[in-house]
Structure formats: structure tokens, C-alpha cells
Design a protein around this ligand. Sequence first.
Ligand code: 6PG
Length: 255
Amino acid sequence: MTNPQVVVHRDGDLLAAATAARLLTRLVDAQAARGTASLVLTGGRTGTAVLEHLRALPGLDAVDWSNVDLYWGDERFLPAGHPDRNETQARTALLDHIPVNPARVHAMEPSDGRFGDNPDAAAEAYANVLTATGNGSTPEFDVLLLGVGEEGHVASIFPDSPAVHEKQHPVVAVRNCPKPPPTRISLTLPTIRRAHEVWLMTTGEAKAEAVATALTDTNEVQLPAAGATGQYKTLWLLDTTAAAKVPNTFTPPPT
Ligand SMILES: O=C(O)[C@H](O)[C@@H](O)[C@H](O)[C@H](O)COP(=O)(O)O
């Protein structure tokens, strides 16, 4: 568990643009060090905006995109190509516009895929993908991106849900999710904590209470975002409204 760092930007658009630049540099550095990089994407408005900004960066080709393993932290369990799928939105925002290696884009199964409408089987299959690409264990992702919900959810891990209590399975099916659609696939918190760096990104006044609580309380069952920490870095990337209730000990003036 690493102590969280907080960076505050003037507004949501600057947050997304600055995070895209930060991510580009982080991926370049990872490839310079190891020859490859691994990134876990997130759904949600902020996560998608970061990908859109990344696509527009002049330095985009500084990353060898064919040598990046791309994963998702969660997925809405919908038919392939459905506009609400996180994969669909990531492909539109970025992936369809860069030379990724299709074999290294690890999407979670759709509800009309190999396992049909069985989210448990799809979750187990993704756990197998993680083990296969992690040389026998869950990968230590270079960067794992997360949005944050108003009640403190990350990925599809909601307060006091079966998913937040899950310690054995690296990936789970989520049913009756408070955020539509109701059925999803999600990494669990132990899997999230395998990442070298976890970046939590959110904007807006509605998130301010959850953000402040996650930074000052460690009860991950009641506030899953509090348990989303990286092995080497936990970075909260906020706009001024989402940071409004964060204690001054965390936040220098916004950029
Ligand atoms: O599938 C999803 O919906 C996301 O993975 C979810 O965890 C999202 O990141 C948060 O709900 C924040 O969403 P916003 O950034 O749109 O507020």
C-alpha cells in the first residue's frame, strides 16, 4: 500500500489533457526500461477523455504501440461492438487509430462471445488471460487507470458488494450493478494492487466527498477507491471541484 499523491488541475479538460501527456511519458519510460509496457484502461467519461487527448498528442508515436499489452479494469457485459462497452469507446477514442498488436489488446468477452450470456465464464476466461500474459501470475501492470464513482466505486467494485470482498478470484462477474448496465466483468482489488502505479482520475463536485474520504479513510469495503493502491505509486488526478474537500496536507495549489 503506497501513500496517495494528489495532483489537481484547473478543470476536467486540462486534467484529461495533462493525464494523457503523463501517460505517454510513462509508457515511453517503461519501454525504454523493459522494451515493453502494460496499461489497464478504464471506462467512464474521464478515462475516455484521456484516450481522446492521447490520440491528439504530437508525441503519440514515441510509444511502440505494437509492444504494449492493453487490458481493461472492467467491462460492461454487452454484445460485441455495443456503444456502451468500454472496449468500443476505447477503440473509437484511440485504439482504432494506433498500430496496436491485436493479439495484445486483451478485451473482456462480450455477452455474445465464446461464453454466451455467462459472465462467470467470461470472468474466469479473463483471469486465464491475466495468468497467461503474466507468466503464470497476474501481471504487474505498469499503469492501471481508474475512474471513481460518486459513492467511491472503482472499476465495477461497489461499496459492500461481493466484488469488494473478493480476495481469491482476480476477476469476477458483477450483477445488479448500481451503475447501468447491471451485469459487468471486473478486476478485483487484489488484482488492481498488483499494478506498479494506480492512477485514479475524476472530476466534478459530485465526486468531492468520495475523493476526500478515500484519501483519509482506509475502509475499502465502504469505499473501494480507498483500496485501489499501486505497489510503487498511487496517484489521484483531480480537477479543482473534485478536490474541493481534500485536506490541504495533500494538495498544493492547482496547476
Ligand atoms: O465501466 C465503468 O463505468 C467504469 O469503469 C466506471 O468505474 C467509471 O470509471 C466510473 O463510474 C467513473 O465514471 P465517470 O468518469 O464517467 O464519472
